[in-house]
Write a protein that binds this ligand. Structure first.
Ligand code: ATP
Ligand code: MG
Length: 565
């Protein structure tokens, strides 16, 4: 698999160079771009790349970017998606201002332009079935053959097209096709379909229409109506560009937009196809479109990825003309980078082991001031209650520690972050031999975490007070797919990672975490980045793991590459 290194800077990509040249040469006064989602699903990280490009260019060149819903297929489109897409773009940090449009706003104009093509002998109504049209289309190496209806007189075409609109024919009975060239080496020019009959209510136009324009017929003309200067889309549309240009040249459109193509984003361990994402949701493999394992914007948000991290990622990977696959670790790196700078540190114990400080007075408590973010002094401190009974992480203790285990062990002293040094005096076990409690002592002279005599324990542990900690459910997330190229061996769903979500119950977190709002990501010290899930309630806190502190997958990947080199 070819992978892309995150080297190219945001500025200076080939599309920005084209736009800059057009501005220099005076070809356009104002740069107008558009982002044209089809509201048939939620946006994903690939769309984020396109959004950063479309809105980013408009912003950098002092123009504007339209949000245009490409709502030409009522069978798959829903208001829920229209609303979700707008929320996601805003959350990402972009705004279309007054420039919100729908392809469906142009249905009447598009219809008039279809009539124009018919009148000029450049479109005809075809009675062939979808299968027959496919058979007549030819192949990459063989020319297509003309439909027997191709030479219908304009009058007859106009009549049939009007009756298609009037609802006289069932779905699939007829289509309107452009009359271009059935022998063209470009299959997209072999009399492409412009209109199909679909008797279905549309989220915006209701029952007003039962014929709908295809993407190819709607897109360029919508661009022209809106005065789009640079219509930027992904590479799979490159072969559609001759048709885009043909329509613009053959119609009395008010402006001359141009289409430019860039490589779509592909990510390892990730699938970016709305069709597949919809199946994951509908077949219950995930908790919904916003499941924290989904590559959707709403999923990444619920996972705790900050918008800034996603924008940084887009800037890091740049915009290229050749398809490639980006390591998902690049996205995670960008997110860690932002979170390391911004996330407040907190204490949470995922697998609690009781500690009793024998020489700390029973019933007493004190508040320790603990730094929120060592990377950012302005983030201040918070109060964390300390008591005689505490919880620490079970794997921070070993009864018989091997040579390189520096954490707590019998007779050993460690630092409790922001509190005191404690020494383990006794290990208490239950009848089954399980360790249930550690009896420790503390050194009152080490308050705050430093000893007057300068001694330094080799380990610093996180902890919570048994009296004040809040119970929490913690959901650990990992890649949704087990292999870097999901589906490469056929069955995509067989590559789902069975351990992509692990739910831990009985975790204990410091009391301030009850105040952490949904949308805020914190670092659980020594464990990773976490954020409250929208499922969280004051009575039952729920946290999602955004990312581990270090990238374990990158290491495995590097290992794998070495092995196969
Ligand atoms: P599907 O995933 O079902 O093929 P789509 O992703 O093309 O659909 P659209 O709503 O048509 O969905 O996409 C809106 C815009 O986002 C288009 O301009 C498209 O080129 C761009 N886009 C879609 N996927 C990616 C991607 N992976 N990387 C970059 N841009 C993308
Ligand atoms: Mg599309």
């Amino acid at each position: 698999m070819s992978t892309q290194t995150p080297a190219s800077p945001e500025r200076g990509d080939f599309i920005r160079e084209i736009v800059a040249a057009d501005v220099r040469n005076g070809r356009h006064e104002t740069i107008v771009t558009r982002f044209p989602p089809e509201p048939n699903g939620y946006l994903h990280i690939g769309h984020a790349k396109a959004i950063c490009l479309d809105f980013g260019i408009a912003r950098e060149f002092g123009g504007h970017c339209n949000l245009r819903f490409d709502d030409t297929n009522p069978l798959k489109e829903e208001q829920e998606y229209i609303d979700g897409i707008q929320a996601d773009i805003h959350w990402l940090g972009f705004d279309w201002g007054d420039h919100l449009y729908y392809a469906s706003d142009y249905f009447e104009q598009l219809y008039a332009w279809a009539v124009h093509l018919i009148e000029h002998g450049e479109a005809y109504v075809d009675d062939l079935t979808a299968d027959e049209i496919r058979e007549h289309r030819g192949t990459l190496t063989e020319a297509g053959t003309n439909s027997p209806y191709r030479d219908r007189p304009a009058e007859e075409n106009l009549d049939l097209f009007a009756r298609m609109r009037a609802g006289e024919f069932p779905n699939g009975a007829r289509v309107l096709r452009a009359r271009i060239d059935m022998a063209s080496p470009n299959i997209n020019l072999r009399d492409p379909v412009l209109y199909r009959i679909v008797h279905a209510a549309h989220p915006r136009t209701g029952d007003a229409w039962c014929i709908y324009p295809t993407y190819d017929f709607a897109h360029g003309q919508s661009d022209a109506i809106e005065g789009i200067t640079h219509s930027i889309c992904t590479l799979e549309f490159e072969v559609h560009r001759p048709l885009y240009d043909w329509l613009i040249e053959n119609l009395p459109v008010p402006s001359r937009p141009r289409q430019y193509e860039f490589a779509r984003l592909n990510l390892t361990y990730t699938v970016l196809s709305k069709r597949v994402l919809l199946r994951l949701v509908n077949e219950g493999h995930v908790r919904g479109w916003d499941d924290p394992r989904m590559p959707t914007i709403s999923g990444l948000r619920r996972r705790g990825f900050p918008a800034e991290g996603i924008r940084e990622f887009a800037a890091m990977i740049g915009v290229a003309k050749a398809d490639s696959v980006v390591e998902v670790g690049v996205l995670e790196h960008a997110v860690r980078d932002v979170l390391n700078r911004t996330a407040h540190r907190r204490f949470a114990v995922l697998d609690p082991l009781k500690v009793v400080i024998e020489n700390y007075p029973e019933g007493a408590s004190e508040e320790m001031d603990v730094v929120n973010n060592p990377e950012d002094p302005s983030a201040g401190t918070r109060k964390v209650p300390f008591t005689r009974e505490l919880w620490i992480e079970r794997d921070d203790f070993m009864e018989e520690p091997p040579a390189k285990f520096f954490r707590l062990a019998p007779g050993r002293e460690v630092r409790l972050r922001g509190a005191y040094f404690v020494t383990c005096r006794e290990v208490v076990k239950d009848a089954a031999g399980e360790i249930v409690e550690l009896r420790c002592t503390y050194d009152p002279a080490t308050r705050g975490g430093d000893a007057p005599d300068g001694r330094r324990p080799k380990a610093t542990l996180h902890w919570v007070s048994a009296n004040f900690a809040k119970p929490a459910e913690v959901r650990l997330y990992d890649h949704l797919f087990i292999r870097p190229d999901p589906g490469a061996e056929g069955d995509l769903f067989a590559d789902l990672n069975p351990e992509s979500e692990k739910v831990l119950l009985g975790c204990l977190v410091e009391p301030s975490l009850a105040e952490t709002a949904v949308g805020e990501t914190v670092q659980f010290e020594r464990l990773g980045y976490f954020c409250p899930d929208p499922d969280s309630t004051p009575g039952q806190l729920v946290f999602n793991r955004t990312l581990t502190l270090k990238d374990t997958w990158a290491k495995l990947g590097a290992q794998g590459r070495q092995d196969t080199a």
